[in-house]
Design a protein around this ligand. Sequence first.
Ligand code: KIV
Ligand code: ZN
Length: 515
Amino acid sequence: MSKDQLIVFDTTLRDGEQSPGASMTREEKIRIARALEAMKVDIIEAGFPIASNGDFESVKAVAEIVKDSTVCGLARAKQVDIERAGAAIKPANSGRIHTFLATSPIHMEQKLRMSPDEVVEAAAKSVRMARQFTDDVEFSPEDAGRSDPDFLCRVIEAVINEGATTINIPDTVGYNVPHQFGALIKDLIERVPNSDKAIFSVHCHNDLGLAVGNSLSAILNGARQVECTINGLGERAGNASLEEIVMAVRTRQDVFPCDTRLDTTQIMNCSKLVAGITGFNVQPNKAIVGANAFAHESGIHQDGVLKSRETYEIMRAQDVGWSNNKLVLGKHSGRAAFKSRMAELKLEFSSEEELNEVFARFKTLADKKHDIFDEDLLALVNETVIEAENESIKLVSLRVCCETGETPNATMTLNINGEEKQSEASGDGPVDACFKAIEKLTNTGVTLQLYSVNAITTGTDSQGEVTVRIEKDGRVINGQGADTDIVIASAKSYINALNKVMSNAGRTHPQMSAV
Ligand code: KIV
Ligand code: ZN
């Protein structure tokens, strides 16, 4: 018997971006969207076009570039929102409008101040409007997890009659538990008279740590679309994690009556990209994508795995894209070997010049670092993209002095808009001294909110990858940098963030601007 398809709707670029501090620039959204497309995600929710011009432009840019996934824009049940979403998804090969209106008593009474009859009417009207822009319309009764099921049936029947093709049931506040949420989905599908005309979807938040459990229970009860994010990013405790849902369904095909069309070997790529761009690092013991997810520490486990992998492993690390720190290239590797490994990693170049540029960086790195791993190659591409975006400030040179009992001191030369400038500063540590030296030259007045450093691979010769988050006039901006020297990596990440400040790329919290 052939299995149903489980549609994967990724909302990393919309709900994921609503995590405080996780704002992304248009270019960053495009990079993530390309990675999601390469992973064969069915639908990419690229943003909330009415929230700001930046959000509108990002959704539009993703719609122009992505060809193999449907691109979706979110809209409240309001004409202005729907028109803006319709315009943003217009360039897409396949575009969807996702409109929502709250249906729980508390939201209707306290937030919307609308009667249930008014909500039914507004929901139906919003779908009717959205259908003028696309045939692919999704409706979400917000806070469905705390709504009256009888009322939900009424709203859902009305919006399907107006042409909604996907009905998404959100557990907006993460209040539900699996057996009850599954029963709700089953009940709705059975009781809504026209339920066969739409696909039922779920969108679970993780406030009680149950987002994935609730989503899986819904799938067992008839849901055929799941809304999720890479690394479980999202409002508050996050959304259901894409990698966990997809791998649970794939690994337990004996239990689930459906499967996704995802290329799961792209999961690690996406996870690293999202973690790097947002600065939300993945906890080491996180399922599937955490550094320890496939590590066996105890002697008994190691012995068992060496004798037969299946003794303690239910999935293969390679199937989700772990490269087992394989040595891929070294100092003597040529351009052809480099190009072919990049293609295997699905890292594409827009031109021969770009390939040459990354290859030159590879050679420089190989001079400093004997063994080059896949993770290093990803960081090189990252760095090239980042520097291509950086226009006003460039790092020319950095000298840092640290000695026991002495105050660390940094001497820095930057090229700012074509002019070289030098400064010197002391600090509590080498990174502090370095950031102060940059600030002396740029006078940006930004506040540092987050500084984090991670080793890209194992070993003391590993490159350090630094993420900083800075704030300026309510805008939150992330910056990244990588280098075998972590102080240089820190300077690069700070400069990357400052360049975004200069180019106005950072954004306020997307939903704040839409209230
Ligand atoms: O959590 C939620 O209810 C949402 C809706 C917009 C679907 O994100
Ligand atoms: Zn949500």
